[in-house]
Write a protein that binds this ligand. Sequence first.
Ligand code: AMP
Ligand code: MG
Length: 344
Amino acid sequence: METLLLAPEEVGRAAEIIRRGGIVAMPTETVYGLAGNALDGGTVKKIFEAKGRPADNPLIVHISDISQIYGLVRVFPEKAKILAEKFWPGPLTIILPKSDKIPDEVSAGLDTVAIRYPSHPLAQKLISLSMPLAAPSANLSGSPSPTTMRHVMDDMNGRIDAVLDGGECEVGVESTVISLAGDVPVVLRPGGITVEMLRNTIGEVEIASAVINPLAEGEKAESPGMKYKHYSPKADVVLVDGNDEEFISFVNSQMGQKLAVICYEEDKDLITAERIVVGKKGDYSAFAHNLFSALRRADELGCNIVYSRCPETAGMGLAVYNRIVRAAGFDIHLLVNSGKEGVQ
Ligand code: AMP
Ligand code: MG
């Protein structure tokens, strides 16, 4: 099929395609999503096919008004309401027990559903002109999520009906996913709304172990997406954990491979290999914003190995760490004086 490129003012046309059962990549403040009618199992199947996504990995349902949640979930507990009032519209996904309206294809057979109200005006417009939209990230399953229309086309050209251009995504990593379906709220995936922000709002919030650790053999993933290799460019990614001097001398001593280095602004003049700068040291919002394009850039440069600075695991650093440690298949090179024992 031919994939149409739609300008922002053609959002009405995008909605028409969706109302007819088509699939449109839409911009959101996190990453581009592959959107289709969340209430129609047949359409949802087409989204899975276009991405090559395993059928047991559920999708997030996107709404354009808090009140729309009532038809989609069985209960809307107080803590969920507080979070929705405070952080919606925005990069927070809330998991709750699902209503009968949610097709099994969306929830991948679970009895819960993930709901988000995005803040991007074009996403809001598209939803309000159509219906609640199921929308996983608009990449081929396993590769880095798309943060520009060009990234979407690199993966999806010919596989979907259209892409709605909304420029570059602001946050750059996918939404924070919190489950409120159990007794204690649990963060299943960190994102633009940090764990610290959630705790300041509703008190106790756990972090699922799989956020920073590989799943143990046979361990069940609370969020099915956590068990898959993710965010990987073709090049091997290695996280290098050390201080500034150690990092620079380590990467400068690597030879004989086509390598690129994901580094901070401050490192760039000191590194001899190909550099991909992701922002100033300590600015994890910038790192998140640039992360997926940095991973895609490594492939454009034809690298076979990418060394990256290792982010901290607090604040926005946790969201960056969660993505990049998966891109690296948990391959962390620990330098002598990093002062850490590695993140286990
Ligand atoms: P993506 O749509 O690519 O941003 O991925 C959505 C993430 O949310 C995946 O990691 C899913 O496994 C997770 N997810 C969606 N729905 C649920 C649910 N009902 N329970 C647990 N995790 C979910
Ligand atoms: Mg994804």
